[in-house]
Every structure is written in C-alpha cells, then in structure tokens.
Design a protein around this ligand. Structure first.
Ligand code: SF4
Length: 450
C-alpha cells in the first residue's frame, strides 16, 4: 500500500493551519479545554428557577365569549376530587423530575375562576405547594378572580396564605354589556370587589378589560378607562376579544360587534389614556404602574424560564418540551390516578424553534414607554451564541421596512403600528414549516381555542 499521496495531501493542509505535530499532539476529552478555565473560588450549586401555573377550571357560569377550559360545577365533590388529583400530579413531577430542587419564583392560580374555591381549599393548596416545593422568598403569587366570588374574608385569607397579587376579571363596567356576554356581576359589583381587595391590603391588583365586545361602543370603552383612572389598579390588561368558534358570541351577527376601525380606536384610546395616567406599557395589551412588573410573564417571555402548568389543560414549557395537559377532567384524573403525567399534546422544541420562541416572546414585551422594550439582543446572543440578526436577518429586515419593528441597537421592539398588530407581526415569525401546517388547516395563529 502506498501512502505517499495521502501524506502529501495531509502536508498540504498545513497551509490551511491543519497540522499534526507529534510535539504538541493531545486528545480532546473536554470542551472548553482545561487551559482556558479560570480559577474559581465562588463555585456554588445553582438552583434554576421555574414558574408554576395551576389551572382551576371551575366558574360560576360560562361567559358568552369563553373558550377556556372552564365550566360551571354544581357538585362540590368534583372540585374536591380535582384538588386531590392536582396533588397527585405534583407528586408525579416531584418523583420523576428535578422539580423539588428548583426554586419557584412565581405561582399563578388561573382558570376558570380560582376564587370560586373555599377558603380552606385555598389554604390547603398553598400548604401543598409550600410543603413540597422550594418557594422563593420574594415569590409572586397571583390568583385570578371574578367579582361575584370575592368576599372580604376571602381576600384577607389570600393575603394570609401568601397570595400577593390578584387579577380581577371585569371586562366592562357597563351592565347591559356584562349581561349580554353572560357575566354574573354588575359594574358596581366589580368596583366594590376592587375596593375590597384594596381595603384587604392587596398592593398588586390587576384588572382585565376586553375591547371589541358585542354592543360595546367607543363611549363605553372611554367610560371604562375613566373608571380605571379613579380606581388606579397597579396593572391593567386590555384584551382584544377573541371570537372563537363554539362560543355563544360566535353565533352573533357581525353588526352586533364594533367595526374593525372602532376596535383599533379602542386599543389606541386605551394605550394613550393609560400612558397619560402614568402607566408603563409592559406588553402590547398590558400596563403597570411604575416599578411594577408581572413577574410570571416577564420570566416566561423576556427571560425564557421554564413553566410547569398543573391541572387539566395546563400548559408547560419544561424539560425541552412544550405540552398541554388533558383537556377533560375525566382524562386528566384517569392519567394522574394511574401515576402518569396527564400530557395530551406536545412537542420537543428544537434549538431553532427555541430561538424563534425567544424572539417572538421578546417582541411581546414591547411597550410604547417601556425602557427595556422588546427583545434584548445581548441576552439573545449570550443564550444562543449567535446574534439574532444572523439567524433572523431577512425576516427582521422585512418587518423593519414595513415599519412594524424598530431596532435601537440594544433592543428590537414593536413600533406603534407593530403594537396595534402585535400578534400578526409575531405570527410572521412562525417557522415556514409551522406556517405551512397552519395554512393547511386554515387556522392563522394555530391556537384553535387553546
Ligand atoms: S369567568 Fe373566565 S374562565 Fe370562567 S367562563 Fe368567564 S371568561 Fe371563561
């Protein structure tokens, strides 16, 4: 066998810097190599933080626009059994994952209407969490609520059990609209609930409002904002109504709803009025008084932390997967009782999709007067080892030319037009494969009511 030609080829590679020199030869068994490491004296075990969401799917009735996994329950045993299953699900995580070593830095009791639970049930739930998990000292614990379920006693007990943020679903203060969309409270009851929460000692109150509701006019909307200006909650969320298939409002005529233009005006009116009132826009549809952030969302969107969602229909981003729990009490209960995680739909997130997710959610932390508005470019580079432009350059340039995003060197953020069309702009950043998949099923955003 002749080796001459191979050897001269190998020697030729030295021009390109690839040389085997017996004097300096070694084996690579670590990376980065030992000689590039620094002396460290501050080595410590890092406890990675994680967010916790708990879904309580029970409500006092079903709102006409609601597609969430929620329902009205008459048999109180259903709630009690559900809580028992939540404990089982938590124990499965504790047994099979590293959850017990993670620090919980925010907890969100969502639904449904978690405030429908009795005081002793909330106490039990909070104990369950604290007994089994490492909860950060500064944990943010939010409970979603509906005005008709809130009593002064409940509110005091929430604070006693460590719940320090309350979100109150108001949607509109006008009684005719509230009745029409099948809410179970009046505008007055909503105001009283907010006042009661304040009196009980809540320092973090969020109010949810919806614009685009049937029979809602710009004047109704302005009135909502003027009531807000007196109540001064720390957070205000203004949701664009989702007209989901399978809801009562999906059967209404188009003429029952405000026009497209009116809906945009409502959003802009909200944005301008809340800005005038001194609120900071922390996300396209969220506002907070200075110094307040919504931690769970910030951690999910801006920082990209993991989240475990317990309960039927709970959503998780954990262990490299995104997934939803079973969306029926029956399936959910069966799985956890068999000792299995009640996972229903999910996907392992590839490195590329993780970058997209980071960009999309980064953009969703844009706000007209927020200092760190949008995707933090340095954070992206540190996390993925490449610049956001090197991966999404063409897509970002297109959105920039369309006037939908801006780049100030440190952050890529939605412009004012981009804020109005925030979801559509983020949708442009879905991967081509996902877009094709969604085009086939004719669902633009791919939520399908989830
Ligand atoms: S209170 Fe909330 S979760 Fe319950 S039906 Fe109404 S919108 Fe849906």
């Amino acid at each position: 066998m002749k080796y001459g030609s191979l050897i001269s080829k190998i020697q030729g590679l030295s021009k390109g810097g690839i040389v085997r020199d017996p004097n300096s030869f070694s084996f690579i068994t670590q990376y980065p190599p030992p000689l590039t490491l620094n002396k460290i004296s501050n080595f410590k075990f890092k406890r990675r933080a994680i967010e916790l969401y708990i879904h309580i799917p029970f409500c006092t009735g079903k709102c006409a626009y609601c597609k969430f996994f929620s329902f009205c329950v008459k048999d109180k045993k259903v709630i009690q059994n559900y809580l028992g299953n939540l404990e089982k699900e938590l124990k499965i995580y504790l047994k099979k994952s590293d959850l017990k070593d993670r620090v919980i830095d925010s907890i969100y009791l969502g639904g449904g209407t978690p405030s429908i639970l009795r005081i002793d049930q909330i106490k039990w739930l909070m104990r369950l969490i604290r007994k089994n998990l490492r909860v950060s000292k500064n944990v943010e614990i939010t409970i979603e609520s509906s005005p008709e379920t809130l009593t002064a006693k409940k509110l005091f007990s929430y604070l006693e059990y460590g719940i320090n943020r309350i979100s109150i679903g108001v949607q509109d203060f006008n009684d005719d609209i509230l009745r029409f969309v099948m809410r179970r409270h009046t505008g007055k009851m909503a105001i009283e609930a907010i006042e009661k929460a304040r009196k009980a000692g809540f320092k973090k109150i969020n109010i949810d409002l919806i614009y685009g509701l049937p029979r809602q006019t710009i004047n109704h909307w302005k009135n909502n904002l003027s009531i807000i200006s007196k109540l001064r909650p720390e957070y205000i969320t203004i949701y664009h109504l989702r007209r989901e298939k399978g809801t009562v409002i999906a059967t209404l005529k188009k003429s029952e709803f405000p026009s497209k233009e009116e809906i945009i005006k409502m959003y802009l009116e909200g944005l301008n009025r809340l800005k005038e009132l001194g609120y900071i826009q922390i996300a396209p549809d969220q506002f907070a008084s200075p110094g307040n952030i919504f931690e769970q969302q910030e951690n999910k969107w801006k920082v990209g932390k993991e989240l475990i969602g317990l309960g039927a229909s709970g959503y998780s981003f954990f262990n490299g997967f995104v997934y939803y729990n079973a969306r029926s009490i029956k399936d959910y209960s069966k799985l956890v009782q068999e000792g299995k995680l009640p996972v229903w739909l999910g996907k392992e997130v590839s490195a590329k999709e993780l970058m997209r997710r980071t960009l999309i959610f980064g953009l969703k932390t844009s706000g007209i007067n927020r200092e760190d508005s949008g995707l933090d470019k340095k954070m992206f580079e540190e996390r993925f080892g490449i610049t956001v432009e090197s991966f999404f350059g063409v897509e970002l340039e297109r959105l920039r030319k369309l006037g939908l995003i801006k780049d100030d060197g440190n952050f890529i953020k939605l412009s004012l037009t981009g804020l109005v069309l925030s979801e559509e702009v983020c949708r442009e950043l879905y991967s081509p494969e996902i877009k094709t998949q969604l085009d086939k099923i004719g669902d633009k955003f791919g939520r399908g009511g989830l």
